[in-house]
Design a protein around this ligand. Structure first.
Ligand SMILES: [Zn+2]
Length: 287
């Protein structure tokens, strides 16, 4: 009898608790979600118009970096915090929309990609609920990643976002940001057609470029990073900006070792990405 009565309880205790969402501010006008898979709308007052009518053709992925989802959504949806995002993807896969896609959400801050600095005007921002590096940085649950993939695919179709313009916050702001971080499974997204990715080259011993190096090789590295999109100068000196750009690159494309040192694997992976980018661009033109 004891066993019989315990069994269901133990199964039940393993079932994930559904986290209640914070209530939307009643003074904020609700809107229809742009994505059919967004289950809730919690409107944020923190947005403006996209500058010069710029249409979004980029997706920037973030993690919330806060201990709980309630606090994260409250921050994104409270006047005066000056931050927001178009979407929040919860750990259980639920998707909340906070800002209409047509509007300019405030998620990227000081940032740069492919010569553009007003990243908020050209992008859709997605916050993925994860406590982040300061709070233990847990793995991203599979169903959360599945939701991110489906959400991104819809946006890419509706907004004609090319795959190589699905990026991490750390890519567009390498000096300030780590999110979504090296645990984010970019390869899984790429397997579903979201984001540009190649298999990283294996890590092998050999010569490296690192902080302080001044050489033509450093200039070529900087030129390659800039060609891919990173906001970086091409002085030939491996300065702190170069180290942070390399670190951001590794978090996204070579996550097995994130140390800001340009080893052979980092350089080969970057070259492969650039080669794939030209091929991808041709494929888009041919379509
Ligand atoms: Zn971020």
């Amino acid at each position: 009898m004891a066993l019989g009565s315990f069994a269901p309880a133990s199964i039940d205790s393993k079932r994930q608790r559904v986290i209640p969402l914070p209530r939307a501010n009643p003074s904020m006008k609700p809107f229809n979600p742009d994505s059919s898979i967004a289950s809730d709308v919690i409107p944020s007052p923190n947005y403006g118009d996209r500058n010069k009518g710029r249409l979004p053709d980029m997706i920037v992925l973030h993690y919330t970096g806060m201990p709980d989802v309630e606090g994260a959504i409250a921050q994104l949806c409270t006047a005066g915090t000056d931050v927001s995002a178009h979407y929040v993807v919860l750990e259980d896969g639920r998707i909340v929309q906070c800002v209409p896609e047509a509007k300019r959400a405030w998620h990227a801050g000081v940032a740069s990609w492919a010569g553009e600095e007003d990243i908020n005007s050209c992008s859709i921002g997605i916050e993925i609920v994860n406590r982040g590096h300061d709070w233990g940085y847990p793995e991203f649950p599979l169903r959360q990643i599945a939701a991110v993939i489906t959400l991104c695919r819809g946006i890419m179709l509706r907004r004609e976002v090319p795959s190589h313009r699905v990026l991490g916050h750390s890519d567009v702001a390498p000096l300030r940001k780590k999110d979504p971080g090296e645990k984010f499974p970019w390869h899984s997204l790429a397997n579903s057609g979201v984001g540009h990715w190649v298999q990283p080259a294996p890590i092998v011993p050999g010569e490296v470029l690192r902080l302080g190096t001044i050489s033509e090789g450093v200039r070529e590295l900087q030129q390659a990073l800039a060609r891919y999109g990173y906001g970086i100068g091409t002085s030939g000196k491996y300065d702190a900006t170069t180290r942070e750009a390399v670190t951001a690159f590794q978090r996204h494309f070579r996550p097995a070792r994130v140390d800001g040192i340009a080893d052979r694997s980092t350089l080969t992976t970057l070259q492969a990405l650039l080669a794939g980018l030209s091929a991808g661009a041709k494929a888009v033109v041919a379509r």
